[in-house]
Ligand binder design. Structure first.
Ligand SMILES: NC(=O)c1ccc[n+]([C@@H]2O[C@H](COP(=O)([O-])OP(=O)(O)OC[C@H]3O[C@@H](n4cnc5c(N)ncnc54)[C@H](O)[C@@H]3O)[C@@H](O)[C@H]2O)c1
Length: 443
């Protein structure tokens, strides 16, 4: 069959959903079939992507800190260098973008890239507000038939995620009614850092602030963390992050999200330490209600952080020993897990496990392999990944809505279709943020 005929036949059969300009078929690693990637945020977490993207053409790198581009430029010498991601995305040959910048720029860069027809891998969390997440998800859904996305919860590649999902869906704890996730990281900050010194010439502080409406003075403290951990120097402040909700919460709630197959909640409530207008809470618990789906009844999902924990079902199981974990309650008992292990705790009468039939080997969920490679292969193939911007967008929208409920201090009724809180104008005002003039979220 000639190549063109093959493509026509394959397209008619629905097996070639995407052909991007400059991306050709035949051999994912063939020279003609490499992605042209822009790496935005090229140090810290960005370095964790050097390996996976090195099989592709890295045609652009961008960082507001010019010293942070040195390593990436050595690794990818053909890449053009930028300090402003808006300029970077104008480069015509880019067809895929890896975003490793601050949380408060993720949704901006992701929207701009999707709107320009680029595949996107975005580090977690997908956004800092409900509105940011909803815009990115909508742009992804509009382009789903031609673009591939993945949100950076790479622990998802651990096979334990599949095993937990199978046990829950196959009824090992009966019918699931509640799910809980928690993280005990405690990073306490007093308030935004005071003015101190001036930014060094290689650091474009004004571009770092980017869309932030408040003109926070420079302080080297925001930049004092080691590679891959510097986010902890800024992500506890409201303008820059969402605290543990977006930090470890993105990863840990993914354990629950993968198993329960939920969309958006109908209610949200939250409580925790006293509200601080500058710093996100350390101690927090949020709770959400979801309607039934095709295989389970209604479910309640909860998030706990900063040492606040769900109650253990049996005193001999010390949940505090699991620093980032999840638990599912069902009609026949509990499943408790962390990222790489799980245990089943049948509780109650009539819990002889005869109601649970393990799946045969050929029905066990296949391992997804390397998480970043899943995205690269998805861009060149069926556009599917495990944590696309719909799946991950819904999860972080719920988590961010929980922060709004905590701030308002009442049980919110939420309409996921419109993204509106039905019983609190005050909460609705907190679903979005104002940005600095000249910065457009959905540009
Ligand atoms: N998936 C994970 O396990 C994981 C682990 C760590 C961090 N992260 C996420 O990765 C992101 C980066 O975290 P980090 O600790 O590397 O932070 P960081 O502060 O070190 O920033 C990473 C790099 O991006 C650059 N940068 C910041 N703003 C930029 C902008 N507007 N344009 C271009 N470059 C910009 C910085 O100069 C730095 O080189 C965060 O969103 C964080 O949540 C994910």
């Amino acid at each position: 069959m000639r190549r063109r005929d093959f493509l026509k036949t394959a397209a008619a059969a629905g097996i070639v959903p995407m052909i991007m300009p400059g991306v050709r078929l035949f051999g994912a690693d063939a020279a003609s079939n490499k992605l042209n990637i822009a790496l935005i945020g090229s140090w810290g977490r960005g370095e964790a992507h050097f390996g996976p993207i090195s099989s592709e053409n890295v045609v652009a790198i961008c960082d507001i800190n010019e010293e942070h581009m040195v390593g990436a430029a050595e690794r990818f010498p053909k890449a053009t260098k930028y300090t402003d991601w808006r300029k970077c995305l104008e480069q015509k040959d880019i067809n895929a973008v890896v975003i490793c910048t601050t949380d408060f720029t993720h949704a901006f860069v992701a929207n701009w890239a999707l709107n320009r027809g680029m595949h996107v891998y975005c580090e977690k969390p997908l956004g800092n507000t409900v509105e940011e997440v909803r815009t990115v998800r909508a742009n992804y859904l509009k382009n789903k038939s031609k673009l591939c996305t993945q949100v950076g919860t790479q622990r998802h590649e651990l096979e334990n995620f599949n095993r937990v999902q199978e046990l829950i869906r196959d009824g090992a704890i009966g019918e699931v009614t509640d799910a809980y996730a928690w993280g005990n990281r405690q990073i306490r900050r007093k308030g935004y850092l005071p003015a101190e010194g001036t930014p060094p010439p290689h650091l474009h502080y004004d571009l770092w602030l980017g869309p932030i409406a408040t003109d926070h003075p420079y302080n080297p403290g925001y930049f004092s963390g080691g590679p891959g951990a510097n986010c902890l120097q800024w992500n506890m402040y409201w303008d820059f992050g969402s605290g543990q909700v977006g930090d470890m919460g993105s990863h840990t709630m993914d354990l629950v999200w993968d198993a329960v197959e939920a969309q958006l909640p109908t209610t949200a409530e939250g409580k925790g330490q006293e509200f601080n207008p500058e710093v996100t809470p350390v101690e927090l618990e949020t709770h959400f209600e979801f309607p039934a789906n095709s295989w389970r009844g209604p479910i309640r999902i909860s998030w706990y952080q900063g040492g606040i924990m769900p109650r253990t079902p049996k005193e001999y199981v010390d949940l505090n020993k699991i620093d980032h974990g999840a638990m599912f309650k069902g009609t026949k008992g509990f499943l408790i897990c962390n990222f790489d292990s799980r245990l089943i705790l049948p509780i109650g009468r009539d819990t002889d496990m005869t109601y649970y039939k393990p799946r045969p080997k050929d029905k066990v969920l296949p391992a997804i392999g390397n998480f970043q490679k899943e995205w690269i292969n998805g861009c060149k193939g069926n556009l599917k990944t495990s944590c696309d911007m719909e799946y991950s967008g819904n999860c972080i929208e719920m988590m961010l809505l929980g922060l709004v409920a905590y701030r308002v201090g009442k049980k919110l009724e939420y309409d996921g279709a419109t993204g509106q809180v039905k019983n609190s104008p005050e909460a609705n005002a907190l679903l979005s943020k104002k940005y600095r003039q000249g910065w457009t979220l959905n540009g």
